[in-house]
Design a protein around this ligand. Sequence first.
Ligand SMILES: NC(=O)c1ccc[n+]([C@@H]2O[C@H](COP(=O)([O-])OP(=O)(O)OC[C@H]3O[C@@H](n4cnc5c(N)ncnc54)[C@H](O)[C@@H]3O)[C@@H](O)[C@H]2O)c1
Length: 309
Amino acid sequence: MKNKKVAVTGGLGFIGSHLVERLNENNDLVIVDNQSSGNIKNIQDLDFSRIDTDFGDITRVNLERIFEDVDYVYHMAAVTSVPQSVNDPLRSNEVNITGTLKVLEAAKKCGVKKLIFSSSSAVYGETASLPISEKNPVNPLSPYAVTKVTGELYCTLYSEIYDLPTIALRYFNVFGPKQDPESQYAAVIPIFIDKILKNQRPVIYGDGEQTRDFVNVKEVVDANILAAESNETGSYNIGLGKSTTINYLFEMIKETMKKDIKPVYKNERPGEIKHSVADISKARSLGYSPKNDFTDELTETVEWFKKLN
Ligand SMILES: NC(=O)c1ccc[n+]([C@@H]2O[C@H](COP(=O)([O-])OP(=O)(O)OC[C@H]3O[C@@H](n4cnc5c(N)ncnc54)[C@H](O)[C@@H]3O)[C@@H](O)[C@H]2O)c1
């Protein structure tokens, strides 16, 4: 993508800041982010002559003014954690549903070329068949998952009745540098790395034989760019297409960090799904082709965390 004007809601967050970094090379950017979980530090090394920022809340700022002359809108801002949505469903509804609707409405009024919505594999919940294809039924098991299903439905509706091209990317478990380990809602990879760096024993819930599909953030950025440039609409799985157990993940991280630490096993957390792996054949039709460099990507992630400590 070159010489475009691109808006990124949530552009100071983990995934958003990587997308902003990539697009900053050749495009003008406008970021809307209230820094509730993201941070301006995530993009501090970039060329600010081509970046505008608005630190407002997507539910309150004047999005029509912000999206003026914008070619593409990446909508990534959200209450991003499942437990957070369980603790405060009204807030996740406000940001993830009302906020998404406001973003869609402004994008429609401004005539943007396409809106790319960050959805989640959480829409599938516990699913009967693996690998999970987009044909599997949605089965939301948390307020967060309900907001993502609803966001997708609104995207489809805006494409159908208002001619606003939209596409939804259902990310699986994304990892990489800049993922926050401190938040009480942090993801498993940053938590494991952070604990091991501090010579503490990370907790594994259940027997550790549950599986996830871990995909590097660079692949997710690629998928986002391909999604904007393609004429396709609808929902697409974005994962690696490979399942990893939490026990194996722990061993890999321990080995990468050359530390001999044992995890602490605790009771399974209620509502957690047992297995997840993406069927990515639909995304491959967009040109998405993730590399299977898990070891190198973990090493890069670990190195980034070491610099923080
Ligand atoms: N990280 C993953 O593994 C993963 C998996 C599936 C889906 N997703 C989705 O991808 C998107 C990006 O996730 P992330 O991991 O980068 O999370 P993140 O929390 O790092 O980023 C979200 C960003 O949105 C901003 N934000 C939140 N509420 C806002 C509001 N009301 N107004 C303006 N800005 C607001 C936050 O400050 C943050 O910068 C989210 O929509 C998330 O649901 C992420």
